[in-house]
Write a protein that binds this ligand. Structure first.
Ligand code: APR
Length: 243
């Protein structure tokens, strides 16, 4: 673990997470053999054009995933918990930027967190742009609680072709961090897949924790492969031994 020789406790850490960190909690990833995009065409359910074409299909897709997320069996796993430990006990700043729309980081206790692709348990009104917490099903018949107009409610999820959230804050953090860690993401989707290069060019030490080498594996100074519930707690334990 060379990373322990690169850091001091006041250093700042940016952690990017993807679907792989939630896999062992029971949530599907997107591009594994049994992943979500093997079962449904992303063009139909994760693009503004798809929503325009068939809003009922898109609502059903996210309603099913929202119900799945709220099932009692779906709980944060030891990888989420380890990141909470790191945030609470590392003297320097720790920021999690997640591509995930599940709320397992929050439920584990993470606070310094950005959902760059939105959140499954939130919706917004295309008419007045108000964001609402939402745990039930959503349909074209729902009325916006704020502007009371109908037909404009959609999941607060960033679709392909849309701008991810809080990108300025993310790039500022990448430019200032000393350690960049990528956990459970395949490196398929930009801008997240470009974060390692941003951090490296700003002088950060870069580490990938993933089940297997991602598309961007060669861009990292160090790679540690294995299931998140094993490699993330071990990684955090070694980091906190420096603190
Ligand atoms: N532990 C660690 N990593 C794992 C595990 C595990 N138990 N299981 C799978 N992985 C890894 C896979 O090897 C893969 O590299 O997690 C990664 C998941 O990759 P994707 O399914 O592509 O998910 P992600 O990278 O988060 O997708 C990014 O694409 O479709 C869009 O908006 C969607 O946010 C998503 C984005």
């Amino acid at each position: 673990m060379q990373f322990t020789t690169q850091l001091k406790p006041t250093d700042s850490i940016v952690i990017l997470t993807g679907a792989g960190i939630s896999k062992e909690s029971g949530l599907d990833t997107f591009r594994c053999a049994d992943g979500i995009w093997a079962k449904v065409d992303l063009e139909d359910v994760a693009t503004p054009e798809g929503f325009q074409r068939n809003p009922a299909l898109v609502h059903q897709f996210y309603n099913d995933r929202r119900r799945g997320l709220l099932a009692p069996a779906i709980q944060p796993n030891p990888a989420h918990a380890a990141l909470v430990e790191l945030e609470r006990n590392w003297p320097g700043e720790v920021l999690i930027v997640t591509q995930n729309i599940d709320d397992l980081h929050e439920r584990a206790g993470s606070q310094n967190l950005i959902h760059m692709h939105g959140e499954l348990r939130k919706v917004f009104c295309a008419h007045c742009r108000t964001v609402e917490h939402w745990n039930g099903d959503l349909s074209v018949h729902d009325i916006c609680p704020t502007c009371t107009r109908k037909g404009g409610m959609r999941p607060d999820v960033v679709w392909f072709g849309e701008m991810p959230y809080q990108m300025e804050r993310i790039y500022r953090a990448l430019g200032a961090c000393d350690l960049f860690v990528s956990i459970g993401t395949s490196g398929n989707v930009y801008p997240a897949a470009g974060f390692v290069a941003e951090a490296r060019s700003a002088g950060a030490y870069t580490v990938e924790l993933n089940l297997e080498p991602s598309l961007g594996a060669t861009q990292f100074a160090e790679s540690i492969h294995g299931p998140a519930t094993e490699v993330v707690p071990a990684f955090v334990k070694d980091l906190l031994a420096l603190a």
